[in-house]
Design a protein. Structure first.
Ligand code: SF4
Ligand code: SF4
Length: 287
């Protein structure tokens, strides 16, 4: 089974639109949205949910008032200021480190699971789709990304699919690392701005560190030809293949507003043709 992660150094490069377009083209695959902090692929894919799993991220400290002898050790040792002088535990501040439970002389504090988010397994018009959503202000999304991927792999095996396409999180942090481990190809979507080039270079370091083959797609290529050429030169110098150069096209936005991928919205337009070309190049690198 092959796995491709579509990533970008930051949000707003058109990563999700391109993932949706590729999902329209690729057959016999599972789609996974690992952009768990800001998932939006489900808005376009209109999934019919088949299974919901609760995701437990950080643990939460819980004090047993009956056992507590009010020695204040937990209050004194919590370095996140999550416990006040009345010994109430602030759910939003508790980082689940367990120190309070460790120092408590009478075992009055236990660490309990808290519902941090959800993992949904669903069916869409493009095939099976797994996505994760974190509750507002929750963290630990790297762990949620890994769980979304595990569910996608299990689903792909179950349904005899030969590919997983992953909409990865933006940036270079822990969720990105979780979305890259063990994949065959990282398709890096970049745009021809100064910050776009810088972000691409940063994310490339992560991709290469994990031994994943990088391929680059320059989105909105014609918005700044000079910068696009710089990206191409950089890639050439570093022996990275630019598999796609997609021109700016307002149809991407119109398609999204209409709940469609660009390929569905206009099967004949230049962007759609370029995306088909890009997919045949990616496929060539997978074989
Ligand atoms: S688990 Fe850590 S952060 Fe949470 S209340 Fe206890 S000491 Fe503070
Ligand atoms: S450390 Fe245990 S006994 Fe002491 S105040 Fe905290 S909960 Fe109560």
């Amino acid at each position: 089974m092959k796995q491709i992660t579509v990533i970008s150094g930051k949000g707003g490069t058109g990563k999700t639109s391109l993932t949706a377009a590729l999902s329209t083209i690729i057959r016999n695959k599972v789609i996974a949205d690992c952009d768990v902090d800001a998932p939006d692929l489900h808005l376009l894919l209109n999934p019919k949910i088949k299974k919901t799993m609760v995701f437990h991220g950080l643990k939460l400290a819980e004090r047993d008032v009956e056992k507590c002898i009010r020695c204040m050790k937990c209050y004194e040792n919590c370095r996140f200021d999550a416990i006040n002088e009345e010994l109430d535990i602030d759910e939003d501040k508790c980082e689940g480190c367990g120190v309070c439970s460790y120092v408590c002389p009478v075992d009055a504090i236990s660490m309990v699971d808290r519902d941090t988010g959800f993992i949904y397994t669903s069916e869409t018009r493009f095939g099976p789709f797994v996505y994760g959503i974190l509750k507002t202000a929750e963290e630990a999304s790297g762990k949620l990304v890994s769980m979304v991927r595990e569910s996608a792999i299990a689903l792909a095996r179950d349904k005899n699919m030969d590919m997983i396409i992953i909409d990865g999180p933006p940036g270079t942090g822990c969720p990105v690392i979780a979305s890259l481990s063990g994949v065959d190809i990282a398709l890096i979507v970049t745009e021809p701005t100064k910050s776009g080039i810088h972000d691409m270079e940063r994310v490339l370091k992560v991709v290469e560190h994990f031994g994943v083959k990088p391929l680059v797609c320059i989105n909105k290529y014609d918005l700044n030809i000079e910068n696009s050429l710089k990206i191409e030169e950089f890639c050439k110098r570093n022996k990275i293949e630019v598999v796609g150069k997609i021109s700016f096209d307002e149809r991407f936005t119109t398609a999204l507003i209409n709940g469609k991928s660009i390929v569905e919205y206009d099967a004949e337009c230049e962007a759609t043709r370029k995306i088909f070309d890009m997919w045949s190049r990616i496929k060539g690198r997978l074989e």
